[in-house]
Design a protein around this ligand. Structure first.
Ligand code: ARG
Length: 461
């Protein structure tokens, strides 16, 4: 006789296709340890409300301990007749403590408040793991920045050479975004740390239970203020979906650069063998699959977020079964990141940077033109005029097929009378980089300070 949590008013059981559609144990079983933790807390408040004797409470808790052990060993598993994780665990409890005592635990709770609570608990733990994985990627980038304090590359806008920057500055830019992603998960957690347990189906409990006590026992900051909101809201899931998608998108931006840097045309980096793959037909190939999977999975994470938002849109309060569709997308986003983050950390941490190649390209494309203009501004020339003069230098150099630093003194003076040979101090990549020494700039000292702050922030989390 299968244990169903309902059935009193039904003359027959569900049709096969009805049961198949309803089934969720294949994905919500991972909530089982949290469901049991919720049951422990619930048993205690039932006892305090006078609905379980001390002896019953002891037997109930012992039964739940046994069930928890059997779930974690795999000795107890859901069967096909168990509609969901809650149904399966109720069956497990009844098998261990008997129908009479086991049947008392359901008083004052509903799967609606249970699942809303367990999903929050699972996600809070999962997002802490994800945050740790993001910080490992940050660590890998910081280590590369530390290893290459002086390396330069042509900084780009529109993917075109723009101004030379330190490689460390560029890598730390990715770290800044990733640290915000971690910070965002923390902010999310503070909003998610409220327990719906005790909301019942939607209206709250009449049995003198204490939702705040359950919340505290389950590690929440408090119980939700509104039982309808507690059972019907899933903005915590959507926001988590966004936080995870944003991580995917930020990783995809690093990944795209690695893919480009690894081409024969760029030759900025070589991938470590352990973090690359070969081709089944072309023996010479060494492909940046980690980075490509990062790029690809970011699309999947965006899809999970938009799918979830679409599920939530226009659902009337309170609980609707549509909400069972809330879990898989978020579970999937977590799962994908748990695969991706260690691989990204491994790939980035083991990249070899060809700093000679990057240094050679840093001045190419007249990346020092802005430095000429700004040098003139420091001599009192209006920027509009300075911009024109520097442009004239570029035109001359381009027509002669030389770099800006190779212009003769006469050619410089022809572009603007104030352009004396002293301008040559900024006509080197190192001079240009050193001159950008305001807070947040690419000057070596500023970048070293930034690296310290990033490393400290990563340690702090
Ligand atoms: N499995 C459901 C979910 O994930 C919880 C059960 C609520 N079911 C119900 N018929 N009220 O949302």
């Amino acid at each position: 006789e299968p244990t169903k949590l309902w059935g009193g008013r039904f003359a027959s059981g569900p049709a096969e296709a009805m049961a198949a559609l309803s089934l969720s144990t294949h994905f919500d079983w991972r909530l089982a340890p949290y469901d049991i933790a919720g049951s422990r807390a619930h048993a205690r408040v039932l006892h305090r409300a006078g609905l379980l004797t001390a002896e019953e409470l002891d037997r109930m808790l012992a039964g739940l301990d046994q069930l928890a052990a059997d779930v974690s060993s795999g000795a107890f598993q859901p069967v096909i007749d168990d509609e969901d994780v809650h149904t399966a665990l109720e069956r497990g409890l009844l098998e261990r403590v008997g129908v009479e005592l086991g049947g008392k635990l359901r008083a004052g709770r509903s799967r609606n408040d249970q699942v809303a609570t367990l999903f929050r608990m699972w996600l809070r733990d999962a997002n802490r793991r994800v945050a740790a994985g993001v910080l490992d990627v940050v660590d890998a980038l910081v280590a590369q920045a530390e290893k290459h304090p002086d390396a330069v590359l042509p900084g780009r806008t529109h993917l075109q050479h723009a101004q030379p920057v330190l490689l460390a500055h560029h890598l730390l830019a990715h770290c800044q975004a990733l640290l915000r992603d971690v910070q965002r998960l923390r902010d999310w957690d503070a909003r998610t740390a409220f327990s719906p347990y005790g909301s019942g189906a939607l209206a709250g409990s009449s049995l003198g239970l204490d939702p705040q006590a359950v919340a505290a026992e389950l590690g929440f900051d408090g119980a939700v203020d509104n039982s309808i909101d507690g059972t019907a809201s899933r903005d915590f899931a959507a926001e988590a979906g966004f936080c995870l998608a944003m991580i995917g998108v930020d990783l995809s931006r690093v990944a795209e650069e690695v893919i480009i840097w690894n081409t024969a045309e760029f030759r900025y980096v070589t991938l470590d063998d352990a973090w690359a793959t070969g081709s089944s037909i072309m023996p010479q190939k060494k492909n940046p699959d980690v980075a490509e999977l990062a790029r690809g999975k970011s699309g999947r994470l965006i899809g999970n977020l938009t799918g979830l938002l679409s599920t939530l849109k226009a659902q009337p309060l309170a609980y609707n079964r549509d909400l069972q569709e809330d879990k898989e997308p978020v579970f999937d986003s977590v799962e994908q990141l748990e695969l991706l983050l260690p691989a990204m950390a491994g790939m980035l941490g083991t990249l070899t940077f060809h700093t000679d190649r990057m240094a050679e390209l840093a001045p190419a494309g007249f990346t020092l033109a802005t430095d000429i203009a700004e040098w003139l501004v420091r001599q009192g020339v209006p920027f509009r005029v300075a911009h024109e003069a520097s442009g004239a230098c570029v035109r001359t150099a381009e027509s002669r097929g030389i770099g800006l630093d190779e212009l003769t003194d006469a050619e410089l003076a022809a572009a603007h009378p104030a352009l004396t040979p002293d301008v040559r101090e900024v006509l080197t990549v190192a001079g240009s980089i050193a001159s950008r020494d305001a807070h947040g700039g690419t000057a070596p000292q500023r970048v070293a300070e930034q690296r310290e702050r990033v490393a400290a922030a990563a340690r702090q989390h």
